[in-house]
Design a protein around this ligand. Sequence first.
Ligand SMILES: COc1nc(N)nc2c1ncn2[C@H]1C[C@H](O)[C@@H](COP(=O)(O)OP(=O)(O)OP(=O)(O)O)O1
Length: 168
Amino acid sequence: MTERDESKSQHAPVVVVYLLRDGVAGPEVLLGEKRRGLGTGRLVGPGGKREPGEPPVAAAVREVREEVGLRLDPTDLEARGTLDYRFPYRPSWSQVSDVFVCRRWQGSPTGSDELEPRWIPVDAVPYDAMWDDARYWLPGVLAGGTVDARFTFAADDATVSGFSGRGV
Ligand SMILES: COc1nc(N)nc2c1ncn2[C@H]1C[C@H](O)[C@@H](COP(=O)(O)OP(=O)(O)OP(=O)(O)O)O1
């Protein structure tokens, strides 16, 4: 186990986008199993690290195109808040994430070397297959809400050991 790091870690800025559609049996969200990088094997929304100087909306449009092959109009992105992920035992994993929802796009979802996407009923999202923090805030965001919260992860770098903020 790595020593606990009390210093303020440099939080990498990332974005995540939840694409929503009306399915035959109700609302559905596009999630995908992560094929590489941090969180490999977990179910996530398309997203990733912002490039230097890249605004969150531009990163969201780029990451969705790269990871699931969909083209977004920046004006269709709904900003739904921010998440501050703190990994005291692995500071390099700490991130600050902008969260978006989007209901309009062009194209059909296609897999990439990053993500294998599939539509999942919002009322059947397998939170156990996602990052541990998802269960605290994602249901509210998918229901139309916003979030502005901080999550601290335990020494296993996987379990939420504490959280604070709004929308959780
Ligand atoms: C509930 O959802 C999430 N929770 C947490 N704690 N972290 C999440 C969630 N969804 C995505 N993430 C994190 C995990 C990854 O670190 C980033 C995604 O960034 P990634 O590492 O994939 O960055 P990319 O630029 O896409 O990858 P490459 O650097 O390999 O190109 O978000």
